[in-house]
Design a protein around this ligand. Sequence first.
Ligand code: PBG
Length: 333
Amino acid sequence: MSTGAFPGVRPRRLRTSRAMRRLVAETRLHPAELVLPVFVKEGATEPAPIGSMPGVVQHSRDSLRKAAVDAARLGVGGIMLFGIPTVKDAAGSGATDPDGILNAAVRDVVAEVGGDVVVMADLCLDEFTDHGHCGVLRADGGVDNDATLERYRDMGVALAAAGVDLVGPSGMMDGQVAAVRTALDGAGHTDVGILAYAAKYASAFYGPFRDAVESSLDGDRRTYQQDPANGREALREVALDVAEGADMVMVKPAMSYLDLVHAVAGTVDVPVAAYQVSGEYSMIEAAAERGWIDRERAILESLTSIRRAGASTILTYWACEAAGWLARDLTGR
Ligand code: PBG
């Protein structure tokens, strides 16, 4: 710890110029740490804007290919795919159909940028079920944990067959990481990794995402996603997922849960990701649109804060735009 006091000690000396601040910055962002979440809609012929997420679209398969190439050119580290099927049913059959939209889009993106960008897919049934829940339902309407695991196993194998690098189980079912790991290994996909949505909260900040994927959910996910009141429970969830074989773990959302990003990063020895979710995106976009905050500064400050808290990977809808800014700023001029 430094000793001494004013007037000899003046911390402001290290803030006198942009060059000085650059020199002593403790946290830097790099495009390789950013992951772009994308939406792809079955049957779409053109990208369609999402009202509650200005600047984000539901892609067609073609426009997604182009977006993936852009992301690769900008040095973005990964791309996380979400599919929007035309037909939904109780079991979420589209998720395991080899020609379903998510599996088809994974094949497209792998063909386009595989090897340059890590291709990831959300492993969850909610986009594919007509009731909108992340799993299959029991007769009494509750989500059936163990029957859902069977669906996740099949979905993991289908995504792996399509060429995915990492699957992201996001349904918060107990035992989901072990179930998917066993299924992948059993099918010979030992190199496909798992980015576990380990501490995922039942959050109001997913609101715009539900628009983006045209969610059918009526109700909430509080019987499987975590209660925002609980922090220690997140450490338990993370420990279980690591024990079950997670290669990376995620905290989600990011900004209201930075205490957990920090705690998790100090606890586990696998990479820690944080998901800056749709509501975090839309709040900044909306305030910037009204001229209430400086858009670029607010975005970079939010990303820097998530990094500073301890996340080594950030899922953000601004991945490409931020990567462009970071490249521009590299010279310091
Ligand atoms: C579930 C899933 C959700 C998000 C990512 N995966 C929605 C939910 O849990 O309700 C939210 C992402 C965001 O808000 O940006 N498949």
